[in-house]
Design a binder for this molecule. Structure first.
Ligand code: APR
Length: 233
């Protein structure tokens, strides 16, 4: 018999305890910048150097941090479930934590791509500067989905969610669409868990009778949900 399917939807909160700041801090800024300045095509056109420098700093920081207990606990699910991580995070902490099937909805910090040929994508760990070009000679940009851009992996993610027996949502404010709307694709009978110390129940979640909210940090909440699911199935 095939294994039951679990979709795990993660946001910035799962990486908070690794030392990466969430987006919507009390000041409404992302590491001191407005999101429009550093994460939009307009911001890139206005000030390419600022955007490159911003992601260079994020990349450096990422290489200094480690996955935490929550990233690692999710791997345990793989022994019993067909487990899929759908993350809004651009870090690689799920990969380094040991998970295998990971969809990066909003791109990846350790990749860059050509501004002219989006299919020319390269692994990238060093600083990215003006003058770094693809094999066809075009400037490279961060491989990140900025505000106002299409989310190429959305359909893949929706397909996974629509087949899942259980869904775990971890550390996301459920504010940024289309990612926040993915739970709307869930089967009516799917069990839904939401681990977040400050959960925000959006419209899609409020319509779900099978929702269980675990109002805790990822490092303590995720293991409880993983254990419950391992016992239940
Ligand atoms: N454990 C679990 N959740 C936590 C923790 C923690 N230790 N600390 C904070 N959180 C929760 C917050 O309560 C909040 O609900 O993480 C969530 C972070 O929300 P956001 O900062 O809005 O991050 P996210 O939902 O991932 O943002 C979505 O917005 O700017 C864009 O593209 C960017 O992918 C990002 C998207």
């Amino acid at each position: 018999m095939s294994k039951p399917i679990i979709a795990v939807l993660t946001g910035a909160g799962i990486s908070a305890e690794s030392g990466i700041n969430t987006f919507r801090g009390a000041d409404g800024l992302w590491e001191g910048h407005s999101v429009q300045d550093v994460a939009s095509p307009d911001g890139w056109r206005r000030d390419q150097e600022l955007v490159l420098d911003f992601y260079n700093q994020r990349r450096k920081q990422l290489l200094e941090v480690e996955p935490n207990a929550a990233h690692k606990d999710l791997v345990k699910l793989e022994s019993k479930f067909d487990t899929h991580i759908i993350t809004q995070n651009v870090d690689d902490l799920h990969e380094r934590g040991g998970s295998n099937n990971i969809v990066h909805l909003h791109g990846e910090l350790l990749k860059v791509r050509s501004i002219e040929n989006p299919s020319l994508v390269y692994e990238w760990k060093k600083d990215l500067i003006t003058g770094d070009v693809c094999e066809k000679g075009h400037q490279l940009r961060p491989h990140i989905v900025w505000f106002g851009e299409a989310v190429p992996l959305l359909e893949t993610a929706a397909e996974i969610v629509s087949q899942a027996n259980a869904i775990i949502i971890i550390g996301t404010s459920m504010q940024v669409y289309p990612a926040a709307g993915l739970v709307g694709y869930a089967l009516p009978g799917a069990a839904i868990y939401y681990v977040d110390p400050y959960p925000s129940i959006n419209w899609e979640l409020s319509n779900r009778p099978n929702l269980k909210v675990v109002e805790e940090k990822a490092s303590t909440g995720v293991i409880k949900v993983v254990e419950e699911l391992m016992e239940k199935y």
